[in-house]
Design a protein around this ligand. Structure first.
Ligand code: PLP
Length: 429
């Protein structure tokens, strides 16, 4: 029997890689079936190992905001690579990217580069703890800040003061210092702060939560969080790993006009290379080692190839601010098209979108927090995912992930997505 090359590779991968993948969501567990193995991509078209082509709405989970194989980024990497791939010593390109970021993003006096969003978030929490001398922090149910221990906590019911680890391997001791609140619920946060007065170092949140599928902050929510941070004298950490350089040049801080004390970045900032970063006010960032007491380090941090890729990406966005308007227009066009199609279908749905992030939920409630996001009908979601895939549209294979639009998407491709949705919904039963 002939099997597809993706199936052959998946079977081979499972022998030597846990579940055949290097990051869980790639395994298609939520939607069933065999993950596609990708051979190459250009613009917004992915080509799998069987030479099938798909319009890409994942954009590598966010980084590829300009589309794949952007010629300027590819050229910059090629030119740099012959100078060696790593030195473990300072380089000028690290200064250039830091200077550019401090120009593009508000409230970033200083920034330190790391290798992933996880590293950025865990380092920001350590820094906040070191700076304030307090141990606990607040995160929101449904917000994802990477896979470091203290973030893998979901709210314990009732006395949600103390979190419960949601992965074996995360100790209760770690979980005790992570307090979890309901997204978009200021009262919940105020209650936690009152109950833990003087013990909370920071509140960390996704200003738009892409890890619940695309959940927007309610009016006044971010302002309220800022006020609570000021009142209880703790740090506000915006996790802008998804929203940074995507919602606007200055990310969610600029988009919503809210000042964070520390900001974490990833995804877009690396131009498709493994990069994260965290930055903020000088007096806080100066707490980092070696001049400050809070230790943080990385063998490959500021890697020259990653830095030139990220720098070229950010410079392109900086010099072409109209990209953001174009992306928002495309996203609104897609959202309105999907809205028309879904409103004529038999399915309950909600479509949330902002900037170049969008998601369709199979629900009959407004999606504003983790409880409502969890009502997404996973069976329908799986059917929709595969129906779209069969029609050449690659959606994120999880109901909890936002779609990310890239500037390379054409209106013709958006029309293809809308038409594929009409056909998919008609044949999904
Ligand atoms: N923070 C947010 C908001 C994310 O979406 C992610 C990853 O998806 C992370 C942190 C972790 O980033 P990484 O996967 O690069 O470790």
């Amino acid at each position: 029997m002939n099997i597809s090359r993706s199936t052959y590779l998946y079977n081979r991968a499972r022998n030597v890689i846990p579940s055949g993948v290097n990051s869980p969501v790639r395994a298609f567990k939520s939607v069933g079936g065999t993950p596609l193995f990708i051979k190459k991509a250009s613009g917004s078209i992915l080509t799998d190992e069987d030479d099938n082509e798909y319009i890409d709405l994942i954009a590598s989970w966010g980084p590829m905001i300009l589309g794949h194989a952007n010629p300027k980024i590819a050229e910059a990497i090629n030119n740099k690579v012959e100078y060696s791939t790593s030195f473990g010593a300072p380089t000028e390109i690290e200064i250039a990217i830091a200077e550019l970021i401090t120009k593009m993003a508000p409230n970033i006096d200083k920034i330190r580069m790391v290798n992933s969003g996880t590293e950025a978030c865990m380092s920001a929490i350590r820094l906040a703890r070191g700076y304030t001398g307090r141990d606990k922090f607040i995160k929101f149910d449904g917000c994802y800040h990477g896979h470091s221990d203290s973030f893998l906590i979901k709210a314990g019911s009732g006395a949600s003061t103390f979190g419960v680890p949601n992965s074996p391997g995360v100790t209760k001791g770690t979980a005790n210092d992570t307090l979890t609140a309901r997204y978009n619920d200021l009262e919940d946060v105020a209650r936690l702060l009152e109950e833990n007065k003087g013990e909370v170092a920071a509140i960390i949140l996704e200003p738009v939560c892409g890890n619940m599928g695309c959940v927007l902050p309610k009016e006044g929510f971010l302002e309220g969080i800022r006020e609570l941070c000021d009142k209880y004298e703790l740090l506000l950490i915006f996790d802008e790993v998804m929203t940074g350089f995507r919602l606007a040049q200055g990310g969610a801080q600029e988009y919503f006009g809210i000042n964070a004390d520390l900001v974490t970045y990833g995804k877009v900032i690396g131009g498709g290379m493994p990069v994260g970063a965290f930055g903020g006010r000088e007096e806080i960032m100066n707490y980092l080692s070696p001049d400050g007491p809070v230790y943080q380090a990385g063998t490959l941090s500021g890697n020259p190839i990653a830095m030139i890729a990220g720098y070229t990406m950010l410079k392109e966005l900086y010099q072409n601010p109209q990209i953001y308007e174009g992306l928002a227009e495309k996203t609104t066009y897609l959202a309105e098209g999907l809205e028309r199609v879904f409103s004529e279908s038999i399915y309950d749905y909600r479509i949330n979108h902002i900037g170049s992030m969008i998601n369709v939920f199979f629900v009959d409630v407004d999606v504003v927090d983790f409880d409502t996001a969890s009502q997404n009908n996973s069976e329908l979601f799986g059917k929709f995912f595969h129906a779209m895939l069969n029609r050449g549209v690659y959606l994120p294979p999880s109901p909890y992930e936002s779609y990310f639009l890239a500037n390379s998407l054409s209106y013709e491709q958006l029309d293809h997505i809308i038409n594929a949705t009409i056909e998919s919904l008609a044949r999904m039963k």
